[in-house]
Design a binder for this molecule. Sequence first.
Ligand code: NAD
Length: 487
Amino acid sequence: MAHTKALLVLENFIGGKFVPCSSYIDSYNPSTGDVYCRVPDSGKEEVEAAVKAAKDAFPIWSSKSPLERSQILNKLADLIEHDLEAFAQAESKDQGKTITFARTVDIPRAVHNFRFFASSILHHVTECTEMPAMGCVHYTSRAPVGVAGLISPWNLPLYLLTWKIAPAIACGNTVVAKPSEMTSVTAWMMCQLLEKAGVPPGVVNVVFGTGAKAGEALVCHPEVPLISFTGSTLTAQRITERSAPHCKRLSLELGGKNPAIVFDDADLSQCIPTTVRSSFANQGEICLCTSRIFVQRGIYSEFLKRFVAEAKKWKTGNPSDPTSDVGALISKEHLEKVRTYVKKAQAEGARVLCGEGVDPLALPPGNQKGYFMLPTVIAEVKDESCCMQEEIFGPVTCVVAFDTEEEVIRRANGVKYGLAATVWSGNVGRVHRVAHRLQSGLVWTNCWLVRDLNLPFGGMKASGIGREGAKDSYEFFTEVKTITIKH
Ligand code: NAD
């Protein structure tokens, strides 16, 4: 296609050097619909070179002490933080998210990921047991595994990529990372800082390109013994199949269809703004976003009225405008997909209370071709509707009524996913009871997205395999050995 403006052209980062690729793919600015960047369309050859560089770097990197690695991770965190504004601008332009979200969530968290694992790697202890009668002591030791393959999605690009790179290299592995082909820019910017941070060549290699070519080449590479993947359940199934012949270690962080359960004794002044946020933050493009809201019948009408009024306060507009609350969706195709769900719900007899097709969407002249959608609230959706069963991953949330605790637990669990849930009630006994019975890797009661990175993060059922966090990531990215000493 013809390009009028000079485009940003990315290059792969292999063995500490930027390397051009023989072919490229277009990357769009979701808020304008224009191509603004070209991303390497890497395949087997590029992945081969990156794995070789990572293998070559492994002996030196893995033999550094945790303290030496920790210092380098901290330095990298400082460098990203120093350029926070440039990273935030780039993330917003590339992904469509608001500049405010990129400034306050994405990039600070990417910085924190490096600092967190720089610290946690210094504090792990291994196990030891004694068998006096046998004259034996047993202990465990942990060692890095080798070259880690890291594959990340487009919704929180640098945030999720660094959530994998940081623990992988803190543990002494070297990595080949493949960000989403739709949001590659901030990973490329990070590569520009690696040398200055003291990361030796080959420790972090980034290969850009599609899942089908670059992603699969990484998954199928015999010398990449572990794959850490965040993305859709469908892709995870494919990765599982393709990696099976090599018996790879897999960490899979996948989609969700997250319920919020609002009991009639909930504090609605807290619950409503938080649930609007949990439904529409980052355009609803967070795996942890709420998309099914179960409200106890006695407060259903009041909840709906207040919830819709609050949702309407969220301003959809140019992502670079700091007053925008909702930016653009990632792509034209994704916007169409999300719209289709709303149309299906309407065809099934559900009521769209605000947003798509109901309220006017006023956009500045420069954003007319962008992929925007208003926060959309749908009521009276049947539990078996695809809107209540499938991950929509956009600014759409469904609100339905329930009567009893028993009923709502059954209905909340009645989907294939099990990632995150929220429970709203002033009754502490009830929140414990319900939290225990929900099939969900994370349950937030009377709050949302309050994270302690020390603790396990991940999903049940079709939402994933494995957990990430201080101890969980350490265990995933290291190989354990039990050693017995007899005297
Ligand atoms: P996706 O599965 O389409 O792509 C994710 C990554 O996998 C991309 O880098 C893509 O290029 C790559 N990929 C695609 N096909 C591949 C293949 N055959 N082999 C290897 N790699 C391949 O997901 P997406 O659309 O980028 O992201 C949205 C999804 O991610 C949603 O389902 C969301 O819930 C999920 N997600 C989960 C979490 C979590 O922590 N559980 C966090 C964020 C996003």
